[in-house]
Ligand binder design. Structure first.
Ligand SMILES: [Zn+2]
Length: 237
């Protein structure tokens, strides 16, 4: 099975890297589609330099996970809404032929994330329509879609993945994005302890997810499909 993750920025995969690692460990294939190179994600580092840094960080993270990487090369904080991004993703899906798509919930905070989440979901249907002709043949069946993130509405996760065995690779993947954790200080100073403090917040979040479903660490999703083929989902009541 081919799992395709669709995110807006390098480091967005941090929220779901355990599931991606687990999918690969089970013999599956995974590809990360990242819409921008994160050129506005710092207070101090100039954009052109930051793009180079974050490209390398994302490449290292994908390599750590054992996943493929596809850049869409939109501008950070300016991911296009609607048709342009959807048509781009239609052709990406037709090339990659995903069975599972993981992306942001369309109601999360931050417009880049919302736009990616909504169009990544919409494009699964459009890529499957034979009469919607592009340079690539249609892709059926439509992949299952799992959303992550914290929607700006009371929506409870309904799909969990036990990532207890993946916490080490998840931590190592997180540390690849050092520009985002180690030097995110308004005064430009570098705090060497900062990354581990951020990680501790993440770890607590995944431990809290685990407590919901009786495992040590879990990632939580909102699943659109009733029929689920993903082999790593915990059974739900
Ligand atoms: Zn992001």
């Amino acid at each position: 099975m081919h799992l395709v993750f669709v995110g807006a920025h390098p480091d967005d995969e941090t929220y779901t890297s355990g599931t991606i690692a687990r999918h690969i460990a089970g013999g599956g294939k995974a590809t990360l589609i990242i819409a921008t190179r994160g050129g506005k994600g710092h207070w101090k580092i100039p954009s052109a330099e930051l793009v180079k840094i974050r490209t390398k960080e994302m490449e290292a993270a994908a390599k750590t996970l054992g996943a493929g990487l596809v850049w869409l090369d939109y501008e950070d904080a300016s991911v296009p809404a609607g048709d342009e991004l959807r048509e781009t993703l239609v052709d990406v899906y037709r090339k990659l032929k995903p069975d599972i798509v993981i992306t942001f919930h369309p109601l999360v905070w931050r417009d880049d994330h919302r736009r990616v989440g909504l169009t990544a979901s919409d494009a699964t249907l459009k890529a499957s329509l034979p009469l919607h002709e592009t340079a690539y043949p249609y892709h059926r069946p439509e992949p299952e879609v799992y959303f992550f993130g914290e929607p700006m509405a009371a929506i409870t996760p309904n799909a969990y993945v036990d990532v207890t065995m993946q916490m080490d690779v998840k931590h190592r993947t997180f540390l690849c994005h050092v520009s985002q954790w180690a030097s995110w200080e308004i005064d430009g100073s570098v705090n060497p302890d900062h990354a581990e403090k951020v990680w501790e917040r993440f770890r607590a979040r995944f431990a809290a997810n685990g407590a919901v479903c009786g495992v040590a660490y879990a990632e939580a999703f909102i699943g659109r499909e009733k029929t689920r083929r993903a082999p790593w989902l915990l059974p739900t009541a």
